[in-house]
Design a protein around this ligand. Structure first.
Ligand code: C2O
Ligand code: CU
Length: 465
């Protein structure tokens, strides 16, 4: 086994650590849009003794530029495609005008090499979002085509510092380059493309020096193709303030390990409680061992006491579904994958065996059909409430993402949980979500394990205007 994390850590003691530099770019409401250019680039992911890794990034960088705007303003970007293949940008989690959602074949044509497309839309809700390629995303996102999209509240919470932290993993070969097997049968039929090298904002050893009792806002974004990050706070006292951009009514103390599935975000407020001279961590669990996702060496004291618990973030415009009894009810059964029970499914209108599906490199079905159907899973008028029961009849976890609107989970007592745009559903689980279909258009609903999305786990909903 090449490159275990521990080997790398040994070699990294002398690695210089750069402070993170954020370059906020404010949207230009008038005049010509800024350019967002997906292109080839080289980044030093591995320690200096290794070659730089060839990536595709916005502006050739990974992550791409952080886009940061005020709630209610517009984002205007001209996508100029400098890749050798078509691409598009999806603005994940934004309640966006459907024409700007960036899904080739559903909301726009993919943008061919050398061409451009103007994205211009309003951002109605504050929160932590991200943007990423939605064309051949299994490869394009794995190569680095993503960035953070931050929408600021009109009144920000009181903090000392804020950090956007994009977690990702990379499947690297010994020469430091990405494994080119993006269509791997194994990854598609199992847990997706998982990397062997983990980074935060493109750095493997992310260090955030701090003082005791300093208060941070951490905006966590999981940009990985498939990795579910099990995370915990060490030497930090924290609260979950928002999930997938949407504020919790009451900040929730972080006491345990929590999961961040692909595409999910969590906004935390954390106070540094570790003693000066110690190190606090955002820890990641792997094989029952804790690893440093972020190290926070503590030097000095910011104040002698801890602050009171933070107040909730101001609420957004999204409606929590309230008319649950008058809703349209839909069921979604997820089947397939390795070690699953699926024997047949419909592919391109024909019912075929699992063996033949595997030959076509397709492995998953929603309600018995592989991939996007001509008819939407849900077809409703604007304003209707939809209840969706999702059964995971596979042996893998899936993070299901709905475009265009957030949803709530509903528990057995008809209580609604936090609003989310991506829900992690473990093997064998049945979960129910509800949403007010208030954003007209055609919206994708898919597993954000990108290899799964590409091998069957994809459907869509229609909201008629
Ligand atoms: Cu973040 Cu359809 O994607
Ligand atoms: Cu999946």
């Amino acid at each position: 086994m090449f490159m275990t994390r521990r080997n790398l850590l040994k070699g990294m003691a002398s690695l210089a650590v750069m402070p993170m530099v954020v370059h906020p770019r404010f949207g230009d409401a008038s005049g010509s849009p800024e350019v967002l250019e997906p292109m080839f680039g080289r980044v030093q992911l591995l320690p200096d003794s290794y070659p730089a890794t060839e990536v595709w990034g916005y502006g050739g960088k990974v992550p791409g530029p952080e886009i940061r705007v005020a709630q209610g303003s517009r984002i205007h970007r001209r996508l100029v495609n400098s890749l050798a293949e078509p691409t598009s940008v999806h603005w994940h989690g934004i309640h966006i005008d459907n024409r700007m959602d960036g899904v080739p074949g559903l909301t726009q044509e993919a943008v061919s090499p050398g061409s451009s497309f103007e994205y211009d839309f309003e951002v109605p809700d504050a929160g932590t979002y991200w943007y990423h390629s939605h064309a051949r995303s299994t490869e394009q996102v794995a190569r680095g085509l993503y960035g953070a999209l931050i929408v600021e509240e009109p009144t920000a919470p009181e903090i000392d510092r804020e950090e956007t932290l994009i977690l990702d993993d990379w499947l690297l070969q010994e020469n430091g380059q990405l494994s080119p097997d993006f269509m791997s049968r194994h990854d598609r039929s199992h847990a997706g493309r998982n990397g062997n090298f983990i980074t935060t904002n493109g750095q493997s050893d992310f260090i955030l020096p701090a003082r005791q009792h300093e208060r941070f806002r951490l905006r966590l974004i999981n940009a990985a193709n498939a990795r579910i990050f099990p995370l915990a706070l060490v030497g930090l006292q924290g609260w979950t303030m928002a999930l997938d951009g949407m504020p919790l009514e009451t900040p929730e103390p972080v006491v345990d390990m929590f999961f961040l599935a692909p595409a999910q975000r969590a906004d935390l407020i954390v106070d540094v409680t570790a003693e000066p001279g110690d190190t606090a961590y955002l820890a990641r669990f792997e094989n029952k061992q804790a690893h440093a996702q972020i190290s926070i060496p503590v030097k000095g004291v910011a104040s002698s006491t801890l602050r009171p618990a933070p107040r909730a973030l101001p609420s957004n415009s999204q409606q929590v579904p309230s008319r649950l009894s008058e809703s349209v009810k839909v069921r979604l059964v997820m089947e397939g994958g390795a070690m699953g029970r699926m024997r047949h499914a419909i592919l391109d209108g024909e019912r075929i065996s699992f063996r033949r599906l595997a030959q076509a490199n397709q492995f998953w079905a929603f309600n018995g059909t592989v991939g996007q159907t001509e008819k939407p899973l849900v077809d409703v008028a604007r304003g209707e409430t939809v209840r969706l029961v999702i059964e995971n009849d596979t042996v893998f976890p899936h993070g299901m993402h709905l475009h265009g609107q957030h949803f709530c989970e509903i528990d057995g007592n008809e209580r609604t949980g936090p609003m989310r745009d991506t829900l992690l559903i473990f093997r064998g689980e049945t979960r129910e979500i509800a949403f007010v279909a208030d954003n007209p258009g055609n919206w994708l609903f898919h597993c954000h394990t990108l290899s799964h999305q590409d091998s069957g786990m994809k459907t869509w909903i229609r909201v008629r205007s």
